[in-house]
Structure formats: structure tokens, C-alpha cells
Design a binder for this molecule. Sequence first.
Ligand code: NAD
Length: 233
Amino acid sequence: MESIDKLKGTFDKKYHEAKGTVSSAVIKRLPRYHRYLGDLLRDGKLRISSAELSELMEVTASQIRQDLNCFGGFGQQGYGYNIRYLYTKISELLGVSEGYNAVIIGAGNLGKALAATHMFERRGVTRLGMFDINPELVGKKIYGTPVYHIDTLPDFCKRNNVHIGVLTVPKESAANITDTLYEAGVMGVWNFANMELRSPSPDMIVENIHLGDSLMTLCYKLKSRSKEEKPRE
Ligand code: NAD
């Protein structure tokens, strides 16, 4: 059996060749691999076969091999996948180890709900603060995160090397705040305000999130299934 070091060497070479050339379809699937592998690691598992991973993730083994082969293939016959190694490399590729800083703008229901989760830390993103226009919220801490006045946002972003702005404000304010973030050097926006936010510049990356769309997809599937069901005799 090839040693793990040799396997890593092959991987590292292909990984560096593949960086930047991996298709967006594969990139979209990587967070899911990251999530499952993270759970396996937390459960103390060190290796997994593609068949096991396939059953767990409900993805075909061939899809898994194809995806992971984009980076030179981490699997080895008779050994399976080295979970920690795979997890680390996928983390690197996804920027988890880049040390990004984020601020949440809008400390209302959704902002608070996001602040309550481990979503940021688990992905290597540090939540530095929250911003709101409401004076009753300013000066408070929400799940340990301080709330500052929105007027202080540009200065805070410049001084603290903020990379990501999370928008949980009413949609009417989203575009203006995005411009402010861009001028303050923030290059990523995770937009929850219910609208398709357009980036003010090609340098800035905007990710629009619509939880409601996902719920509607579920409703559609339920509706379609109930129509397909034959009436019971
Ligand atoms: P909310 O009213 O509870 O909170 C909004 C907060 O934004 C308030 O604290 C308010 O003071 C603050 N705010 C308003 N204008 C501001 C400004 N100019 N600068 C800074 N802060 C400002 O609302 P919510 O339920 O938390 O929803 C927030 C946003 O998220 C809304 O746009 C809502 O439609 C959207 N939303 C999106 C999804 C999704 O899946 N994308 C899901 C739920 C809610």
C-alpha cells in the first residue's frame, strides 16, 4: 500500500494544479462534503470508504470519486479516504483558513438568530460586531457580540479589516449599506434582505440568500407528490 505521505504528495501537486480550475458545480458541492466530514471528525472517525460516504451523503460513489478526483483524488484502494486530510484540504480550498472577519448589519430577529449560531466560527469566520440604527440596541451585546451604531460602520470596517458584511436589514436599506461597505473596503456581502442585491463593483462579491425560496420548493414538491398519489380505494 502506498504511504499516506506519498498520497499527500500526489494530492498536493494536483491540488495546486487544480486550484482555480475546479468547476463551479463542484465548488457548490464542496461545503456539503465539508459539513459531513466535519461531523465525522467530531465523531472520532479517521477514514471512510467512498461507498460509506456515498450512503451517508446520498450521492453516488462515482460522483464522490469524480468530485474528489478534481483535486487529485484523496482515496486509496483498501484504505478509503483520510477524513482529516480531506477536511483540511477542502477547508483550505473554501477559504476557511483565510481568517475572514464579518459584521452583521441589522440586529433584529434574523440578525440575532444568526448571531446565536456557531455558523461563523465553524467556517473560520470571526464575527466582530453587529450594527443597527436603533439606539435601544446600540451598546448591548447579543450572544457576546457588541452592537454598534450604523454611523460607525465605515470607520469600524476600515480599522478592523472586515471582509464580509451580513445584511439582515429591511430591503430598502440594503443597497445603501452595501455601497458604504464597498467604500470601506469590504469585498463580500452575505445578503439576507429580501431582494436580489447587485454588486456595486465587479470587485465585490454578493451572495443573495432566500430561505423562503427553499420553503417554497418544499411546498411545490409536497404539492406535486400529493397530485401523483392515487386516491385510496
Ligand atoms: P427586524 O425588523 O426584526 O430587524 C431589522 C433590523 O434592522 C432592526 O433591528 C432595525 O433597527 C435594523 N435597521 C433598519 N434599518 C437599518 C439601517 N439603515 N441600518 C442599520 N440597521 C437598520 O427584521 P428581521 O425579521 O430580522 O428581517 C431582517 C431582514 O431579513 C428583512 O429584510 C427580512 O425581509 C429579511 N429576511 C430574509 C430572509 C431570507 O431568507 N433571506 C428570512 C427572514 C427575513
